[in-house]
Write a protein that binds this ligand. Structure first.
Ligand SMILES: *Cc1c(COP(=O)(O)O)cnc(C)c1O
Length: 227
């Protein structure tokens, strides 16, 4: 039977192979273990197996799971990978080390305000709706130059990377490549892309963080709860 520790090792091995194949080093690629929909005991299993970086998509779920763990495991790093509402910014800024889902001016303003208030500065990535899909969150690619400028000059936000969830088709690598190009154009060093089904392709296209849930923790029960 495979457990979380074995699955984690297997993912790390596959990441190392993918990195090597494209002439990169594994140290440059972070594995974010996406624990949304899974219980605290599964997170603890992953921590015991050496995992320190976790991703969650809802602020409240992350608080419930990680606030009790943080005093015990002091070197955890938490990433918010789901949509953020402006009224949750204080909580998000207080808990997370990286926020991957900035996608609109109002949220940039709210995040900047929370960061001043809480005196904490999580790294901020912009989520790009790389395939321009109407049902998906994220900023459309053509709006990126103006938005980055707005974040920097009007809000004083330091943008460190781009994130995307590409369209479900067989051109995934093309979308990853496009995000890479956009990041280079704006001098952004982080690229958050690649999930359980496509992280090797993402690594080949320059991903610096891959977000992997199912392949580590197994299937999750999807909840339809608001952030
Ligand atoms: C759930 C989720 C993941 C992880 O997806 P898996 O297919 O389970 O690896 C990655 N990124 C985001 C934004 C997610 O919401």
């Amino acid at each position: 039977m495979t457990n979380i520790a074995e699955r984690l090792n297997h993912i790390r091995l596959r990441m190392a192979r993918a990195a090597e194949k494209s002439g990169r080093t594994t140290e440059d690629i972070q594995l974010i273990a996406v624990s949304k929909g899974h219980e605290t005991k599964d997170v603890v299993s992953a921590i015991i197996a050496g995992q320190k970086i976790f991703g969650e998509n809802r602020v409240q779920e992350a608080q419930k799971k990680f606030l009790p763990l943080k005093p015990i495991y002091t070197d955890l790093e938490l990433h918010l990978i789901g949509a953020l509402q402006t009224n949750k910014c204080d909580d998000a800024v207080a808990l997370f080390d990286v926020i991957h889902t900035l996608d609109r001016p109002k949220l940039a303003e709210a995040l900047a305000k929370s960061m001043r208030k809480i005196e904490r500065t999580p790294k901020i990535f912009i989520e790009v709706n790389i395939g321009n899909e109407p049902q998906k969150a994220g900023l459309e690619p053509s709006a990126l130059p103006e938005f980055i400028d707005y974040c920097r000059t009007k809000c004083g936000l330091d943008i460190e990377g781009l994130m995307c969830i590409p369209p479900h088709n067989n051109e995934t690598a093309r979308w990853f490549q496009l995000l890479h190009t956009l990041a280079e154009r704006h001098n952004l060093k982080h690229l958050s892309m690649g999930m359980s089904g496509d992280f090797e392709q993402a690594i080949a296209c320059g991903a610096t963080c891959v977000r992997i849930g199912t392949a580590i923790f197994g299937k999750r029960v999807e909840k339809n709860r608001e952030n």
